[in-house]
Structures are given as structure tokens and as C-alpha cells.
Design a protein around this ligand. Structure first.
Ligand code: FES
Length: 100
């Protein structure tokens, strides 16, 4: 399934936007000019990741400080399970997300 997110000009560097794919909330991020998409749900205790700090290629869950790698989804404690990733697709200046 593919979903239009927005124009790339509407998601500036450092910005985050949550969208829905089916019943899942997916967080789309512009980090240092690259677009990433991951499930908007921490694998530790199910808090939304939206609004988490972006640093060193990771997003930090604001609840208890777990981080998730934007490229791999890999988690750090207290989360142990990787977060699900989605594919970002650019067509011109249209940004889409797809299920992997
Ligand atoms: S819910 Fe995210 S670190 Fe606990």
C-alpha cells in the first residue's frame, strides 16, 4: 500500500508528520535532508514517537528515553525490539510512504 504524505517542501529538515496507513500511525521524518518513515509507536510501552528528539540518526522516545535508529529501526534500552520501518518514495516533489 502506498500513501501520499505531502509535498517535500511541506516537510522541512527536522520536521515530523504522522500519517495513517490502514490502522497504523506512521511517522515520516525529514532528518538532515533524508526522508524516513517508521511506525509511530515505541516498542517499549507503546507511546507515540512523534515529537521525539532527532539526534545521531535516531529518534528518542520521550517517555523513557529509548532510541530507534532511523535507518534500521534498531532499539536501545529500555526498548529491546526494533521499530517497524516503512519505505519513503519521492516522485518529483511528492513524498509517499509504502509498506516494506
Ligand atoms: S514507551 Fe518509549 S521508552 Fe518507554
Amino acid at each position: 500500500m502506498r500513501l501520499f504524505v505531502c509535498k517535500t517542501t511541506e516537510l522541512l529538515e527536522g520536521a515530523q508528520k504522522a500519517v495513517r496507513i490502514g490502522r497504523q500511525s506512521v511517522l515520516v521524518i525529514n532528518y538532515q535532508g533524508q526522508f524516513y518513515a517508521l511506525r509511530n509507536l515505541c516498542t517499549h510501552d507503546s507511546y507515540a514517537l512523534e515529537g521525539g528528539k532527532l539526534e545521531n540518526g535516531k529518534i528518542t522516545c520521550e517517555a523513557h528515553g529509548a532510541t530507534f535508529n532511523l535507518e534500521t529501526g534498531a532499539a536501545t534500552m529500555p526498548a529491546v525490539k526494533a521499530v517497524r520501518l516503512y519505505k519513503t518514495v519521492l516522485e518529483g516533489d511528492d513524498l509517499y510512504v509504502e509498506e516494506l
